[in-house]
Design a binder for this molecule. Structure first.
Ligand SMILES: [Fe+2]
Length: 296
């Protein structure tokens, strides 16, 4: 049995001090927003408790699906690497970036040196997407939906090169009998009211999944526990979201994460999801429920 943990959207604090020239444009809005509101909802001590709780369950691997940063200030990158190192060694922790990690265009230049070890495929160079990491019978497929957007927008895009590479890669992993887990920041389905934060090429992504399959899609971005069953070539594909791992309020749910116990069963798979997190009025991280997910 392989145990995979999934957390997302840590939105690490505290916000480092910023030079005036770093706060031009979109960052100025995000900086004010953090100090007025977001810093009260995203708490480092909560994130530490979540990570400790994950480690107490001894997962074989931990997936982190983006938004480690807030406004991608130069001073946010080094602490984010320090934090990733506390989650676990890069061999056992996989990271894909979110929209806050691409808050400004030049942010992506920093990804390679700070996070490359955690988003490096087994046979590809760091931050080359999609990447694949094989761990036992599990294949972790990292996609980037992180793009720089206009102020007040939080959309994402996979883009043609990744969508073009994905089918062959999924087919090969299926032929090798792997349990395919796609890691992406933006959800593959967004409510119409949330168009400002949608994955713009979600329909094309779902079409690839419908034709080539995957056993599981893990995402963040919406800061809530969610489960959507997508069409696959031979059954449904669960797409699962988790709240921000540091949240104690705001627009999303309280901090939480998911554990997946994955094992071969006959010609298919068993995959049991356990959700854990905070509940209102308590500092304890508790079981929020278990669910057997049908594999494709
Ligand atoms: Fe996000």
């Amino acid at each position: 049995m392989f145990v995979l943990a999934h957390l997302s959207d840590p939105h690490l604090g505290p916000m480092p001090s910023a030079r005036i020239r770093d706060l031009a444009g979109k960052r100025a809005i995000g900086y004010m927003n953090w100090h007025r509101r977001r810093k009260t909802f995203h708490r480092t001590e909560v994130l530490s408790r979540i990570v400790n709780d994950i480690k107490a369950h001894h997962p074989d691997h931990i997936a982190v699906t983006g938004d480690i940063l807030n406004i991608a200030l130069p001073g946010e990158f080094a602490p984010s690497r320090v934090w990733l190192d506390t989650v676990g060694p890069a061999h056992d922790v996989t990271f894909v970036p979110g929209n806050h990690d691409a808050y400004v265009r030049k942010a992506a230049r920093e990804w390679h040196s700070h996070w490359g070890d955690f988003m490096k495929g087994d046979t590809t160079s760091a931050d080359q997407f999609p990447f694949v990491r094989r761990r036992g019978d599990i294949a972790l497929i990292g996609l980037s939906s992180a793009i720089t957007t206009a102020p007040f927008m939080a959309t994402g895009k996979i883009g043609a090169p990744q969508l073009h590479a994905l089918p062959e890669l999924l087919d090969k992993l299926a032929a090798d009998g792997m349990f395919r887990v796609i890691l992406i920041h933006h959800p593959p389905v967004t409510k119409p009211a949330h168009r400002f934060k949608r994955l713009m090429d979600a329909a094309k992504f779902r079409d690839v999944l419908r034709r080539h399959g995957a056993e599981l899609v893990l995402h963040g971005h919406d800061h809530i526990h969610s489960l959507v069953m997508l069409d696959g070539p031979s059954g449904k594909i669960p797409a699962v979201g988790v709240p921000s791992a540091s949240a104690i309020g705001g627009e999303g749910e309280l901090a939480g994460y998911n554990l997946y116990a994955i094992a071969k069963a006959g010609n298919g798979w068993r995959c049991e999801m356990t959700s854990r997190g905070l509940t209102h009025g308590s500092d304890l991280i508790v079981d929020l429920g278990k669910q057997e997910l049908a594999a494709a």
